[in-house]
Design a protein around this ligand. Sequence first.
Ligand code: ADP
Ligand code: MG
Length: 228
Amino acid sequence: MTNATMTKLEAHNIQKRFDSGAGELIILDGASLTLSAGESLAIMGPSGSGKSTLLNIIGTLEAPTAGEVVIDGCNPFELSETDLARFRNKTIGFVFQEHHLLPQCSVLENVLLPTLEDPNSPDAEPRARELLDRVGLKDRLDHRPAQLSGGERQRVAIARALVNSPSVLLADEPTGNLDTKTAETIADLLTEIHRSENTILIVVTHSQHLANRYDRCSKIVAGKLETT
Ligand code: ADP
Ligand code: MG
C-alpha cells in the first residue's frame, strides 16, 4: 500500500528570494537536507525565518528560486503542472497549524478529499475509515468539523494527510493552536503514525520540547539549516 520504504528526500542548496518594494528579500540562502524513510526532523527558527517557505518548497507547493528538491530521484519541479499536482497528491501529506477542513463536509468526506483525484482507488474508503479509527474518531465519521474540538480537527487533518499513503509527511506547527495537553497527544499520534507508516516526517515547531522527540533538529539561521 505504501512505497515509503524506498523513499529518499533531498533538498540541495535551496534559495528563495522575493522582490519586495524595498528591494530583494533573501529568505532561504543555501538550505540543504537529506532524509530517508523512517527518519524524522524538527525545523526550528524565529518567526519569519523561512520555516514555512522551506516546508512549502520541500512539499512542492512552491518552487525555489535556485537549488533542487529530489524525491526518490525525481525532481518534481521538472514535471508538468498536472503531473506535479498528481505527484504531490500521492507522495506528500501536509498537516498545517490551521486544519483547513471543509466545513460543509463530514469527517469521513474530508479525509476522502485527497483520494477523489484518482477514481481507480477502491481502497480509499476502507483506508479512510481505518485511519479515522486509528486517530480515535471512528464514532465521529458523520460529524461536521464545527462539531469537533481543536484537537479532534487536527486528528482529522492527520488522517486526511495520510489517506493516500504518502511517503513524506510535513507538519507546519501542527500543535501551534492547541493547549499543552492536547498538543502532547497530537504529537504522540504523529510520532506513532510516522513509525507505523515508515514515512519521512518533518515538523516545524517553536517548541524545543516537541523538537526533542525527533531524530534530528535543525534551525534556520541566515537562510541555511544548521543542525543543533
Ligand atoms: P516562518 O514560517 O519561519 O515564520 P515564512 O516562511 O512564513 O516564515 O516567511 C519568511 C519570510 O518570507 C517572511 O518575512 C515573509 O514575509 C516572507 N515571505 C513569505 N512569502 C512571501 C511572498 N510570497 N512574498 C514576499 N515575501 C514573502
Ligand atoms: Mg510559518
